[in-house]
Ligand binder design. Structure first.
Ligand SMILES: Nc1nc2c(ncn2[C@@H]2O[C@H](COP(=O)(O)OP(=O)(O)OP(=O)(O)O)[C@@H](O)[C@H]2O)c(=O)[nH]1
Ligand SMILES: [Mg+2]
Length: 392
């Protein structure tokens, strides 16, 4: 499963985002370091379900009127302050927790209602643009320190006659969440001496930065958009590549209201309808959220996850079935599963994603939309429904 980490300053709204996106119960508070141990849970990327192209809708619990929710892991870690790599705030603990994240959702307090340490200040008092790059910088320095710490060992290995610098670096960096392919790609773009004794700090830092940029891509969530002073969102948009304005506690309120039957709303919808009895106060609260949604096309929470999965990480959704005519599994359940795969994945990749045994026994695949066999190197597209024929 893809793993997305919520990172950012204390008090930016990470736990609120997490609670809304997973509907789990975690502590939220208007003070720094409310969260100490990471919370892990399941959230969902939203896409269009292939059942929209059929006469009947599918049976999956993860499909609502053709809105398909595909599971991803989300985790919420302790807040990070500048200097964390040197142990400030809760320090390194948090950085270690990011090791297995595929991407980072950086939650920024766009209202500027918290200072660099995450302590509450007047709205607009702190400039959120200052917060945009510090996570990357902390991660870079944390990684550079790990590389430096391990350098002696690389130098020692270099005395062996069959020493290979690329292999040694690959071994070290796969320990911090990079794959061999990541390391190889980064090394191709870097100029460096073959002898580890000739490396300087700058080269090691460059290696750290390049590895981090490749293995921990991030988006910025401009949270608290509901109270952000005018202009803050626009300036944040200029400061980072991907910026999603959001109101995490607005989303949380909507999900709770939907659960209570007061509104009709599915995560990622651009608006909601009030369908139950509400007090004047509730109505006003909902209207405020509705205004933010009208401005940004939703609360931003679902949009942030979808942007990470489908744009930043460039994944697509494929649906394995056993019956290519009815799009069902062996029990007759229509479109029971959805898998997120990197774009460019083939039927064989899907087979392995379903189960290693299915992958190992792979014989061929059938495109269930066309009811036609597809070649083994066929690149799957978003929404493909595929029957895999396997000896296992
Ligand atoms: N106005 C507004 N307040 C929000 C929003 N999201 C979160 N908050 C508030 O911001 C404060 C901090 O929220 P948390 O979710 O605990 O923040 P955190 O980033 O997890 O903080 P730490 O665990 O301390 O790192 C709480 O008072 C939330 O109610 C939002 O979208 N709008
Ligand atoms: Mg928290």
């Amino acid at each position: 499963m893809l793993s997305l980490a919520l990172a950012g300053k204390p008090n930016a709204g990470k736990s609120t985002f997490y609670t809304a996106a997973t509907m789990a119960d975690v502590e939220v508070g208007n003070y720094p370091f409310t969260t100490i141990d990471a919370n892990r849970g399941v959230s969902y990327a939203r896409t269009e379900c292939p059942c929209l192209d059929r006469d009947s809708q599918c049976d999956s619990d993860n499909c609502r009127d053709g809105k398909r929710y595909v599971p991803v892991e989300l985790y919420d870690v302790a807040g990070l302050v500048p200097g964390a790599h040197e142990g400030r705030g809760l320090g390194n603990q948090f950085l270690d927790e990011l090791t297995d994240a595929d991407a980072i959702i950086h939650v920024v307090d766009a209202a500027g209602a918290t200072n660099a340490e995450g302590e509450p200040v007047e709205i607009g008092e702190h400039d959120p643009v200052e917060d945009v790059h510090f996570i990357e910088e902390e991660m870079d320095q944390w990684l550079a320190a790990i590389i430096s710490r391990n350098w002696e060992s690389v130098e020692r290995q270099s005395r062996s006659p069959d020493f290979d610098i690329d292999d040694a670096l690959s071994e070290m960096l796969t320990g911090v969440g990079a794959t061999e392919a990541d390391v190889a790609a980064v090394l191709r773009g870097l100029e460096y001496p073959d002898d580890p004794r000739e490396w300087d700090d700058d080269t090691r830092e460059q290696l750290a930065t390049d590895i981090r940029a490749r293995t921990k891509p991030q988006i910025v969530v401009a949270n608290k958009a509901d109270i952000a002073p005018e202009g803050n969102i626009d300036r944040l948009r200029e400061a980072a590549e991907i910026v999603i304005p959001a109101t995490a506690d607005g989303e949380l309120a909507l999900r709770r209201a939907a659960e209570a039957g007061i509104i009709e709303y599915d995560p990622g919808d651009e608006s909601f309808d009030i369908v139950g009895d509400v007090s004047d106060q509730q109505r006003k609260g909902l209207e405020r959220i509705g205004n933010v949604m009208a401005e940004y096309g939703g609360t931003g929470v679902q949009q942030a996850i979808d942007t990470v999965v489908y744009d930043l990480l460039d994944h697509m959704t494929a649906y394995p079935v056993e019956n290519e005519t009815r799009w069902t599994d062996g029990q007759g359940v229509m479109l029971p599963d959805a898998h997120l795969l990197p774009r460019g994945s083939t039927p064989l990749d899907l087979a392995y994603a379903v189960h290693t045994d299915i992958g190992e026994g792979y014989v061929h695949a059938v495109d269930a939309r066309a009811e036609r066999r597809i070649s083994d190197d066929h690149e799957l597209s978003e929404g493909d429904v595929v029957k895999i024929v396997s000896t296992n």
